[in-house]
Design a protein around this ligand. Structure first.
Ligand code: TXA
Ligand code: MG
Length: 323
């Protein structure tokens, strides 16, 4: 087994990636499990390491639109205002692919996903590379995404060359994915760039977000903790009922302030009741309850269903609906 280095040394990360090895990279959304997107054995190693099925396509990451164009890809004009305003940032766009992009990256689809992430270390790393980094979230397929270097090491210690340590992720949930169909902007995944911000810039958008998503399950806590039940609730009464009827609950709350929560293990997602803070804390909180042997049921309060709350609820509903 190799040793996984943990450091903020960009040249070490660049050397490993140029050598075809895998490096976990920090981004503002979640940590990514990165490999050379133009090296098919590195790309296949990503799938193998994550135990990810080949039907689930990967996002390519780079640091400039100029590179995307140099690789022969073009950006639909409807998306230009969004990328001008929100790149680098939590926005992924689907572009018509070309022969340079392998079928493994796109899972055989006609478009390829691209993103310029907003993290100083990773931007500097990307600017030193003449290839894009294919990087899914750095977790085993179906599990909660990682927002700290230690989350990545819990899964991949000894299995990847390095974790580029960029500290905790500031947004904490994955990027928003958009593309264009018949001239309309379509949102395929809710994420760190809110619909409110998108629509303020480009007007109403369409949604094509499958709620059951059989090809890419959400947070299958059950994968790794077969008996851990996840329950979503909307108010204090529901919380009380659920907490008193399921065994050993841990409560993940946002707005609810009720004396009875003190009787249980409770994590408040945001002291200031801000969706931004809740998004930052969300995956880490799920992970800590998942790892806690004294908790059998994780009870999560849904956020008000707008801004980042909507993206968090979307993930929560998937996790709950994926037994
Ligand atoms: O914030 C993020 O997007 C993070 C960081 C690391 O950048 N990455 C991430 O990757 O969340 P991943 O692999 O966990 O999720 C990628 C998802 C796929 O499951 C799929 O839903 C969508 O992106 N996707 C990728 N390529 C696509 C394509 N060509 N067409 C449609 N959807 C695509
Ligand atoms: Mg993922």
């Amino acid at each position: 087994m190799k040793i996984t280095h943990r450091s903020n040394d960009i040249s070490l990360a660049a050397d490993a990636l140029m050598g075809g090895e895998l490096v976990a990279i920090p981004t503002e959304t979640v940590y990514g499990l990165a490999g050379n997107g133009f090296n098919s054995s590195a790309v296949q190693a990503i799938f193998k390491t994550k135990n990810r099925p080949f039907y689930d396509p990967l996002i390519l990451h780079t640091d400039s639109v100029a590179k995307i164009k140099a690789w022969g890809l073009s950006i639909p004009e409807q998306l230009l205002p969004l990328i001008e305003r929100y790149w680098p940032g939590p926005l992924t766009v689907l572009l018509d692919r070309n022969e340079q992009i392998s079928d493994f990256i796109t899972a055989g689809l006609l478009r390829v996903a691209f993103r310029i992430p907003d993290h100083p270390l990773t931007l500097e790393l990307l600017s030193s590379l003449n290839f894009p980094l294919a990087a899914p979230s750095a977790n085993p397929f179906g599990f909660v995404s990682p927002t700290k270097p230690e989350h990545v090491l819990e899964h991949f210690e000894g299995k990847i060359a390095m974790v580029l340590d960029g500290g905790p992720c500031v947004i904490g949930i994955e990027s928003t994915i958009v593309g264009v169909e018949n001239g309309d902007i379509v949102v395929y995944r809710l994420g760190g760039l809110t619909i409110e911000k998108i629509e303020a810039l480009v007007g109403k958008v369409r949604f094509q977000i499958s709620s059951s998503k059989p090809s890419a399950p959400g947070m299958l806590l059950r994968h790794y903790a077969p008996n851990k039940r996840l329950v979503a609730i909307d108010n204090a009464d529901e919380l009380k009922t659920v907490a008193n009827s399921y065994p050993n609950p841990g409560l993940l709350i946002f707005n609810i302030e009720d004396e009875f929560t003190h009787e249980f293990k409770t994590i408040r997602l945001s002291k200031n009741k801000l969706a931004e803070e809740a998004a930052q804390a969300f995956y880490d909180a799920l992970r800590s309850f998942n790892a806690d042997a004294n908790i059998e049921t994780i009870v999560v309060e849904r956020l008000p269903d707008f801004d980042l709350g909507r993206a968090i609820n979307d993930r929560l509903n998937r996790a709950v609906n994926n037994p």
